[in-house]
Design a protein around this ligand. Structure first.
Ligand code: ATP
Ligand code: RIB
Length: 303
């Protein structure tokens, strides 16, 4: 089974601080490091490390970061031959602040990611035809996301949307075309606003199911993930670990979830596997550097 990731890739500037600064506050950081990230890239890299067959569609700048990102993709086995290089915009950048408890804030400067437009997807239509699962996030233009979902649905492919970062203005008609929707609790709240104002989490979930989403998997950090569809409501516990850096935990979860589905696991099994993969990632620094290999997960969990 083939996975197509349509999404972002960024340079992450990670700043480690004693605490997250308040508005108007200036802080001295403990240290900083550069790494490669972007929700699309992190999820594609997870698929590759878990030995899935994965292709990436997205855009980087015509700069050293763009070249290094593509080299890194090739070295882990991601098919990135169709990636675009922006003539005008630099590779996307994420400014990440991580405090001593592992909490973070992230600001993304999209740069070249916003050159991932509908024309580019049209030129790569056969990537949609040949894939089985299409995995998307929300760091590329909204109309591109809607087009990609419609195209994948048109070809009868399974669509997974990780609505991160969340935007309340996704066209609600698109929900009918989504097989798996994977928000965290904040993203669930923001995305449900496209359908109305609801008091409880259950009401938000029901509204999204009524709009046509087939399955919702809400990631709950150290509590695990909540799997919901019209027949099932089930909490699947996280693995207890000492988390030091959760940047990219959701990406590792999504990549592992889709890789497991592509390898024939059912949803509950795939969520358990995704919890296992992400539990290793949160014990290490960084987004991509923290992603475990398949053999590491198998060894740790005796599977
Ligand atoms: P991020 O934006 O930081 O990448 P997220 O908010 O999208 O993450 P979370 O719900 O925080 O996603 O985490 C995704 C998954 O990672 C969880 O469902 C769980 O499997 C795992 N995870 C996250 N935090 C922890 C933790 N402290 N202990 C164990 N597992 C964790
Ligand atoms: O989910 C983590 C990612 O969000 C980081 O790698 C950063 O690039 C932002 O896209």
């Amino acid at each position: 089974m083939k996975i197509l990731v349509v999404g972002s890739s960024n340079v992450d500037i990670n700043v480690l601080t004693h605490k997250i600064p308040k508005i108007g506050e200036t802080l001295m950081a403990n240290s900083m490091r550069y790494s490669y990230g972007g929700k699309g890239a992190n999820q594609a890299l997870t698929c590759a490390k878990l030995e899935a067959d994965v292709t990436f569609l997205g855009c980087v700048g015509d700069d050293d970061h763009g070249k290094a990102i593509q080299e890194n993709f090739r070295s882990v086995g991601i098919n990135c031959d169709r990636m675009a290089i922006s003539k005008d915009e630099p590779t996307g950048t994420a400014l990440i602040t991580i405090d001593e408890t592992g909490q973070n804030t992230i600001v993304v400067v999209p740069g070249a990611n916003f050159d991932c437009d509908i024309e580019y997807l049209k030129a790569n239509d056969d990537a949609f035809k040949t894939a089985d699962y299409i995995l998307l996030q929300m760091e590329i233009p909204l109309d591109t996301i809607e087009y990609a979902i419609s195209r994948a649905h048109h070809f009868g492919k399974k669509v997974i949307l990780n609505p991160a970062p969340a935007l309340p203005d996704l066209n609600p008609e698109i929900y009918k075309k989504i097989d798996y929707f994977t928000p965290n609790e904040t993203e669930l709240d923001i995305m449900s606003k496209s359908l109305g104002i609801f008091d409880s989490e259950d009401d938000k979930i029901n509204a999204l199911l009524n709009a046509g989403i087939k399955n919702i998997i809400i990631t709950l950090g150290e509590k695990g993930a909540y799997f919901v569809n019209r027949k099932t409501r089930k909490l699947i516990d996280a693995i207890e670990v000492n988390a030091i850096d959760t940047v990219g935990a959701g990406d590792c979860f999504n990549g592992a979830f889709v890789s497991a589905l592509a390898q024939g696991k059912n949803e509950v099994e795939a969520i358990k596997f995704a919890n296992q993969a992400a539990s290793i990632a949160v014990t290490r620094e960084g987004a991509q550097e923290a992603i475990p290999s398949l053999s590491e997960i198998k060894e740790k969990f005796n599977i």
